[in-house]
Design a protein around this ligand. Structure first.
Ligand SMILES: Cc1ncc(C[n+]2csc(CCOP(=O)(O)OP(=O)(O)O)c2C)c(N)n1
Ligand code: SF4
Ligand SMILES: [Mg+2]
Length: 299
C-alpha cells in the first residue's frame, strides 16, 4: 500500500442532519438519581453545538452512570469498568472528525481507571471526560469509592471510611489537564455550559460532576450541595491562573466551588504525535512506514 499522508476526516458541517437527542431507551436509574441531570446537560451541550448524531461517540465503563450512552442518539461504546478512556482515545485517533466524550462514575474514573485518566490528561488528548461523582459505588449497591468522605458508613466501611478521599480537581491539575471544571447535576444549565466548553476545548476537557446517588449516599445529597456550592464565575476567579485554581481546589466544607477552575492552551497529542498529526488512523496506510529500511538493518 502507498505510504502517503492522509487527508484528515472532517466532521459533517450540515445542521440539517439529526442532532443528538434522547433514544427510545428509558434510563433505568432510580427516580431522582443525579445522572438524569448529567445526560440532560450533555444533550443540551451537543444540541447547542449542533453536532450531528453521526459525528458523536460516547464511551463509558461500567456503573450506573456508565449506562449513559444508551440514552442518547449518538454512537456509543459501553465497555469495561475503568476502560472508557482507552476506547475513547482509539475512536478519536481513528477519526479526528468525531466528537468523542467519555463518561463514567467516580469508581470507574478515579479507582480502577485512574491510570488511564491521568495519562490521557498529561498527553492532552482531544477528548471530553465527564465524571458522575456520587462518592459511592452505586451499581454494586453502596460500597465506598475513592471520593467517599472520611467517616462515611457504607456497605464496605460499616464503621466509617478510614481512607482520605481523592480530590478529582487537584488530581487533574497535577496531571496537567488543560480544561478542569466541576459542575452539579442540580444546576443543569450551568453544567451544560461547562460541558459545552469542554467539547469546544482543544485538548483534554475534564468535568467532574456532583451527581448524587439518592439510594446509597444519604450524606452527599442534593440538599447537601445546594446549601454549599457557589460559582467560580461570580467570585472573581481567574481560570487562567493555576495558583488560584489550586487554592480553589482545596476548598471543601461550608462553601464548595463549582465552575471552571483552570483552562490553558497547549498542543494536543494529535498535534505532536508523528503518525496522528498526518491524519486519522483510518486514513493511514496499514503496516510499518519505511519497513524495507528497518528490515535491511536487522536481516
Ligand atoms: C474489572 C471489574 N471490577 C469490578 C467490577 C464491579 N463493579 C461494577 S460497577 C463498579 C463500581 C461502580 O461505581 P462507579 O464507577 O462510581 O459508578 P456508579 O455506579 O456509582 O455510577 C464495580 C466495582 C467490574 N464490573 N469489573
Ligand atoms: S443506585 Fe444511585 S447511582 Fe445508581 S441509579 Fe440509583 S441513585 Fe443513581
Ligand atoms: Mg459512583
Amino acid at each position: 500500500m502507498a505510504e502517503t499522508a492522509a487527508a484528515p476526516h472532517v466532521a459533517t458541517p450540515s445542521t440539517l442532519l439529526p442532532i443528538v437527542g434522547k433514544t427510545e431507551i428509558k434510563p433505568t436509574w432510580c427516580p431522582g438519581c443525579g445522572d438524569y441531570g448529567v445526560v440532560a446537560a450533555i444533550e443540551m451541550a451537543l444540541k447547542r453545538l449542533k453536532i450531528p448524531s453521526k459525528d458523536v461517540v460516547i464511551c463509558s465503563g461500567i456503573g450506573c452512570s456508565s449506562n449513559l450512552p444508551h440514552f442518547l442518539s449518538s454512537y456509543g461504546f459501553h465497555g469495561l469498568h475503568g476502560r472508557s478512556i482507552p476506547v475513547a482515545e482509539g475512536v478519536r485517533w481513528g477519526n479526528h472528525g468525531l466528537t468523542v466524550i467519555a463518561t463514567g462514575g467516580d469508581g470507574d474514573g478515579f479507582g480502577i481507571g485512574l491510570g488511564h485518566l491521568v495519562h490521557a490528561m498529561r498527553r492532552n488528548v482531544k477528548l471530553t471526560y465527564v465524571t458522575m461523582d456520587n462518592q459511592i459505588y452505586g451499581l454494586t449497591t453502596g460500597q465506598a469509592s475513592p471520593t467517599t468522605t472520611m467517616g462515611h458508613k457504607t456497605k464496605s466501611t460499616p464503621t466509617g471510611c478510614i481512607e482520605y478521599p481523592l480530590d478529582p480537581i487537584a488530581v487533574a491539575l497535577a496531571a496537567g489537564a488543560t480544561y478542569v471544571a466541576r459542575g452539579f447535576s442540580g444546576d443543569v444549565k450551568h453544567l451544560s455550559d461547562l460541558v459545552t466548553g469542554a467539547i469546544q476545548h482543544k485538548g483534554f476537557g475534564f468535568v467532574d460532576v456532583f451527581s448524587p446517588c439518592v439510594t446509597y449516599n444519604k450524606i452527599n445529597t442534593f440538599d447537601f450541595f445546594r446549601q454549599r456550592v457557589y460559582k467560580l464565575e461570580s467570585s472573581g476567579h481567574d481560570p487562567s491562573d493555576i495558583v488560584q485554581a489550586w487554592q480553589r481546589s482545596l476548598e471543601w466544607g461550608d462553601k464548595i466551588p463549582i465552575g471552571l477552575f483552570f483552562k490553558t492552551e497547549k498542543p494536543t497529542y494529535e498535534d505532536l504525535e508523528e503518525v496522528l498529526s498526518a491524519g486519522p488512523l483510518s486514513q493511514q496506510p496499514v503496516g510499518l512506514k519505511g519497513r524495507e529500511k528497518i528490515l535491511d538493518e536487522f536481516v
